[in-house]
Design a protein around this ligand. Structure first.
Ligand code: PMV
Length: 325
């Protein structure tokens, strides 16, 4: 009745933004990501036949009712699947800022999917876990797997899952996370996506041009073509943020320091350093480079005004169970 699982954050190189179907949480576009070893969530789930409600402790503090409700809805999926009726105590810890555009929902729901199903006594395949995790958060479908991962768009829930494109050790890249604010974001990704789909005049083009971006990124990964991967990652990121900005009212996730980091990354690139950026639904900038450049870039990023903290991450493993906790 009890299990603990660990899942790693992932950062999309080709972005997911927009839902085809809200109730099932089906993404409108496919995406490609890299799972990160150094950023992770550890989640313990204990089903308790005596408890009258689900509880959530997040980073050592009891969660608010909105967060607990989201977890409770997700646990309902597991209860429905297994016939289990008990409420659960969930304890979750992130080793990085939560809800600030650092993919915490991805690692959280991937870890919760694995811990909750194991605690409920069922063993799902990685594909089944990915489908389940997706119903908590679209990007969580990708955190079930390690290395380079693609998420499909599909019309039916049972077809909308992620799969691995390449193992973590396939390509020795580094992703540096420059934290410019640890505040939770004001517009959550679901709200942002729904508003964008309903109001942006560019939304249709975003959905139509997605498959070509995915195809190019698969090729860049297959050929270990770093320039191509970086150029595409920046393109997909700016296209997604341009799209969000064109919603009504426009959604702006960046702060001043975010823009300073973007300018600096392009300046360093002009001076010959192979480095590109990407940004999720928050103000943090992620810089991507071959492993050998990471230490130097860590120093450079740490010295920029407004950068509070820089973390270096490398390709990481699939979600897994943690023993003896
Ligand atoms: O998984 P969600 O619903 O939090 O959406 C994630 C959206 C982005 O992080 C901005 C892009 C992505 O593909 O991860």
């Amino acid at each position: 009745m009890k299990a603990t699982a660990k899942a790693h954050a992932n950062i999309a190189l080709i972005k997911y933004w927009g839902k085809r179907e809200a109730a099932e949480n089906l993404p409108a576009v496919g995406s490609i990501s890299l799972t990160l070893k150094e950023l992770f969530t550890t989640t313990a789930v204990r089903f308790d036949p005596g408890a009258d409600r689900d509880t959530l402790v997040l980073n050592g503090t009891p969660a608010d009712s909105a967060q607990t409700l989201r977890i409770s809805r997700f646990l309902d999926l597991v209860r429905k699947r297994t016939g289990l009726d008990s409420r659960a105590a969930v304890k979750s810890e992130n080793n990085f800022p939560t809800g600030a555009g650092l993919a915490s929902s991805a690692s959280s729901f991937a870890a919760l999917a694995l811990a909750a199903t194991q605690a409920a006594g069922i063993n799902l395949t990685l594909q089944e876990l990915s489908i389940l995790a997706r119903q908590g958060s679209g990007s969580a479908a990708r955190s079930v797997f390690g290395g380079f991962v693609e998420m499909k768009t599909a019309e039916r829930s049972e077809d909308a899952f992620a799969f691995q494109i390449a193992e973590p050790d396939y390509w020795d890249l580094r992703l540096l996370v420059a934290v410019t604010s640890a505040e939770p974001k004001k517009t959550g990704s679901t709200e942002g996506m729904n508003r964008t789909a309903a109001t942006s005049p560019y939304y249709r083009q975003w959905v139509e041009t997605g498959p070509a971006d995915l195809q190019e990124m698969r090729e860049a990964i297959r050929n270990r073509d770093f320039e191509k991967l970086g150029e595409l990652a920046e393109y997909s990121c700016l296209k997604m943020h341009g799209l969000a900005l064109s919603a009504r009212p426009g959604i702006l996730y960046w702060n001043g320091a975010t823009v300073e980091v973007l300018q600096a990354v392009r300046e360093w690139r002009r001076s010959g350093i192979p480095v590109y950026f990407t940004i999720d639904a928050g103000p943090q900038v992620k810089a991507i480079c071959p492993a050998g450049y990471a230490e130097n870039l860590h120093k450079k990023l740490s010295g920029l005004p407004g950068v509070q903290q820089v973390r270096i991450a490398s390709p990481g493993p699939a979600a897994h169970l943690v023993e003896n906790q």
